[in-house]
Design a protein around this ligand. Structure first.
Ligand SMILES: Cc1cc2nc3c(=O)[nH]c(=O)nc-3n(C[C@H](O)[C@H](O)[C@H](O)COP(=O)(O)OP(=O)(O)OC[C@H]3O[C@@H](n4cnc5c(N)ncnc54)[C@H](O)[C@@H]3O)c2cc1C
Ligand code: SF4
Length: 481
């Protein structure tokens, strides 16, 4: 650990004197040749310097900008002083998946976007420092497999995505015997079955899974829940249940030709190109081809960058609003540009152009805001007479996801649902069934890793309270209300 740093580390004006630094990044030419992560880490000196730019606001807007209310100034101060393990411990107290959050959180809209320095210059490099600390914590044994003595409670967690893992981690550390069930053979949920490895290396997820195993968490993978195993049988066997599985469906491209060969949903494309598990899909060869991706979210950017890594001759993003209105992270957009993606803004597709029954391109029409200067939620209107065509061999709609209503079989029909059919939970993540809790995308619809982790940790805390009040260890059915 560094014992001393540059002279200006303690200066109140460090933010003026020190430029904000981005994480070191591999060159675009190098990174498009593989699926490895593109960023390196700050070294200790840079982490200290950058943390010293934080002016320790008395009412820190970065904290209110984070859904986890991360006490950012506290660990910034410790980092600036070189007390990295203490800083990492503070960080670890609010998120038990810091190594994932730091890679995937849309910080430009959350903590960094609300940092007071953003309005006068460059925000504090919160995400980069968080990544340094999360790595430091692992390297120095802070993230260990220490648990409380067994408390006799057995908990089932359904779904091994970030929500399921975060909940299992908290409960196992408190001495619960946790079993995670997943219908997939590979644990990790969308962290391994959606988000490309160049944004989140699979080793990061595997390391977390291994740590959970060391904590005593059992994984039952490839289990078709609600068919082989019902909610009632889980409740019979376990003292409490946390539901964190996903149900979603891709929004459809509703234009003529949308079902033609060559039109591929975003998640199908990402799965085939990013997972090691063989999929029951015809191969999607995009090498040397022109790939048109419709949408402006993270999934759209992931598809463009994946296509480029697979050798696409052109990867073109098509978005109905302006560049500034794209919902994807700014950094992801910038990375895509650097890697060779191009974009056409203010356009919507009107038809898939076909040749010999296969995709040959798209017909597009230009858009403009419904009311000039109107906010983003207004649907843009099309400009009559502005139709044009763009050539392409593949069309990938990345229009987001709609939540699917919760299944009404296998005992799930006993659970109350909200207006769109997702599971209804109270402010402690409890469903209407005693001992059954839920969170993440299942309750709020397609959302973010951060929200999944927040729900899971809130649920874990409440489950422990509920268990100690209403259940006797080893007797799941006792003390039923
Ligand atoms: C392409 C893409 C890019 C994204 N990028 C970002 C990003 O940059 N930042 C961000 O914060 N979020 C991003 N997200 C969203 C994020 O991945 C999700 O919000 C998050 O993974 C939700 O976590 P979860 O634990 O609720 O569910 P999931 O990660 O979806 O995990 C649910 C698990 O439940 C399992 N399951 C489903 N049904 C059953 C069943 N019947 N029985 C047992 N198991 C079952 C699934 O196999 C899966 O493993 C992205 C999503 C996609 C698709
Ligand atoms: S808003 Fe920015 S400067 Fe203020 S405490 Fe948070 S990180 Fe530091």
């Amino acid at each position: 650990m560094s014992s001393s740093g540059p002279a200006n580390l303690n200066s109140k004006h460090a933010w003026r004197e020190l430029a904000s630094r981005d994480l070191p990044k591999r060159s675009a030419a190098e990174r498009v040749a593989d699926f490895l992560e593109i960023h390196g880490l700050f070294d200790e000196e840079t982490a200290r310097e950058q943390a010293s730019r934080c002016i320790q606001c008395p009412n820190p807007s970065c904290v209110s900008g984070c859904p986890l209310c991360n006490p950012i100034p506290q660990w910034m101060q410790l980092t600036a002083e070189g007390r990295f393990l203490e800083a990492a411990a503070v960080l670890g107290s609010v998120t038990n998946l810091a190594e994932v959050c730091t890679r995937l959180c849309p910080s430009d809209r959350l903590c960094e976007g609300t940092c007071i320095l953003d309005s006068v210059g460059e925000p504090v490099a919160i995400q980069a420092i968080e990544r340094f600390l999360s790595d430091y914590a692992f390297e120095h044994g802070l993230v260990d497999a220490a648990t409380a003595p067994p408390n006799g409670y057995k908990v089932a967690v359904v779904g091994s995505g970030p929500g399921g893992m975060a909940c299992a981690d908290d409960l196992a550390r408190k001495g619960c015997a946790v079993t995670i069930f997943d219908s997939d053979l590979v644990p990790g949920g969308l962290l391994v079955n959606g988000i490309p490895a160049f944004r989140l290396d699979r080793s990061i997820v595997h390391r977390r899974v291994e740590l959970l195993q060391k904590l005593g968490v059992k994984f039952q993978l490839g289990v078709r829940l609600w068919e082989e195993v019902t909610l009632n049988s889980l409740r019979d066997e376990f003292n409490a249940v946390y539901l964190a599985q996903d149900w979603r469906t891709a929004r459809l491209l509703d234009i003529p030709g949308a079902d033609a060969p060559g039109v591929v949903p975003a998640l199908t494309f990402l799965l085939q190109k990013n997972t090691a598990v063989p999929l029951d899909l015809p191969p999607l060869h995009v090498a040397g081809q022109r790939v048109l991706v419709i949408g402006g979210g993270n999934a759209a950017i992931d598809c463009l960058r994946t296509a480029i890594r697979c050798g696409a001759a052109q990867a073109i993003g098509l978005y109905r609003r302006s560049e500034a209105e794209m919902p994807c992270g700014r950094q992801e957009y910038q990375n895509a540009i650097e890697e060779g993606a191009s974009f056409e803004f203010h356009v919507v597709p009107t038809a898939v152009r076909l040749e010999a029954g296969r995709v040959a391109g798209l017909r597009l029409i230009r858009t403009e805001p419904a009311v000039p200067g109107s906010p983003r939620l207004e649907t843009p209107r099309t400009r009559p007479g502005s139709e044009f065509e763009v050539e392409g061999d593949w069309v990938i709609p990345a229009l987001g996801f709609n939540p699917l209503p919760c299944l009404r079989t296998g005992g799930l029909e006993l659970l109350q649902t909200n207006p769109w059919g997702g599971l209804r939970v109270d402010s402690f993540q409890a469903t209407n069934l005693p001992g059954v809790f839920a969170g993440g995308d299942l309750t709020r619809g397609p959302s973010t890793v951060l929200e999944a982790v927040r729900d899971a940790r809130r649920a874990a805390a409440q489950m422990l309270t509920w268990l100690s009040r209403s259940r006797t260890p080893e007797s799941p059915k006792e003390k039923e209300f």
